[in-house]
Design a protein around this ligand. Sequence first.
Ligand code: AMP
Length: 194
Amino acid sequence: MKNIKNVCVYCGSSSRVDDVYKQSARQLGQILAAEGWDIVYGGGRVGLMGIVADSALQAGSKVYGIIPHHIQSREIEHTDLTELHIVDNMHTRKQMMVERSDAFVIMPGGLGTLDELFEIMTWRQLGLHDKPIVMVNVHGYWTKMIEAVRHISSVGFMRPEDLQMLIIVNDPREVPAALKAAPQQSIDPQTKWI
Ligand code: AMP
């Protein structure tokens, strides 16, 4: 694995969730900061997003937020970040988050997080990047989603080897080792169509 500097965190913007998720978001921010890694995320101060940003900032990380102007007020942007980029639309936001990051961590979240997860997996499947993707299956939150993706592969709509790009851990404490051990070889997109 090449050197990691910026880690992109995808997670939920909802605060109406059990403390177990909030606690793990807090822990993730501290753990990434302890590695000396900086954070790239969606720029909000609500939900797990805000918790990860605050805990990483407090623990000494730089935190870069990227938020589109049309959801800036709705999502309540974080105003104490190292940098807050206000961009034109969702596509620019997601593109910039990918470009600025060396690795991706998926925490529990809603539809927005799912969209980001599937996009980052699809882009890797197509060979558009080769950055590691670690999913934190906090309290089994993602288990059914993982089963759905395995089903997609088992019936032939996704290559079994593409499943390997999704590295699954159960606890934020496992994230640094998982990222460091991630294989660097990129998937050959050509073989997808054969
Ligand atoms: P959620 O997981 O739905 O709480 O959203 C997490 C993040 O994804 C937030 O920063 C949202 O702005 C973003 N988001 C929400 N809906 C979408 C969408 N349709 N496409 C991409 N990102 C989204």
